[in-house]
Ligand binder design. Structure first.
Ligand code: FES
Ligand code: FES
Length: 158
């Protein structure tokens, strides 16, 4: 066991886990941040997408040891206080989810797009979201939600 200090959603967290534990497991099992989903566990689906220093990354592939040095981790819980991030509002307006399992990963991936490209074309959205899998096939509604969010005047939160 080792103790790790993590900066998650702008709060400091101390966790005691085995070295090599996946960041996904620390978030879900040790900190109760279950908005980040466990699905494939091998980096294939994107359900576990979080941000490290504003870059979307798959938490199942990361070991907690590598993120104990002050890097900022953001999960879906840290996106907004009241669920009113432009993408969250657009997601509701477009009624994007079906079962919902993949959707926090989809949103975290989409945030990464709009932070660097606030007005993406449909082709850019498709390219950026490619590889975040939805078993329910909600892809068209996800694209619509991202297009809606891109039209909102509110800037995307960091
Ligand atoms: S659970 Fe991490 S990519 Fe599928
Ligand atoms: S909404 Fe069911 S897996 Fe995407």
């Amino acid at each position: 066991m080792a103790t790790f200090q993590l900066d998650i959603n702008n709060s400091k967290h101390k966790v005691e886990v085995n070295e090599g534990t996946s960041l996904l497991w620390v978030l879900r099992e040790h900190l109760g941040l279950t908005g980040t989903k466990y699905s494939c566990g091998i980096g294939q689906c994107g359900a576990c997408m979080v941000h490290i220093d504003n870059q979307p990354v798959r938490a199942c592939l990361l070991q907690v040891d590598n993120y104990a040095d002050g890097q900022k981790i953001k999960t879906i819980e840290g996106l907004s206080q009241n669920g009113d991030h432009p993408l969250q509002k657009a997601w509701i307006e477009a009624q994007a989810p079906q079962c919902g399992y993949c959707q926090s990963g989809q949103i975290m991936q989409a945030v990464g797009l709009l932070e660097t490209n606030p007005n993406p074309t449909r082709e850019e959205i498709k390219a950026h979201m490619n590889g975040i899998l939805c078993r329910c096939g909600t892809y068209l509604r996800i694209i619509k939600a991202i297009e809606l969010a891109a039209k909102t005047p509110t800037s995307i939160e960091k």
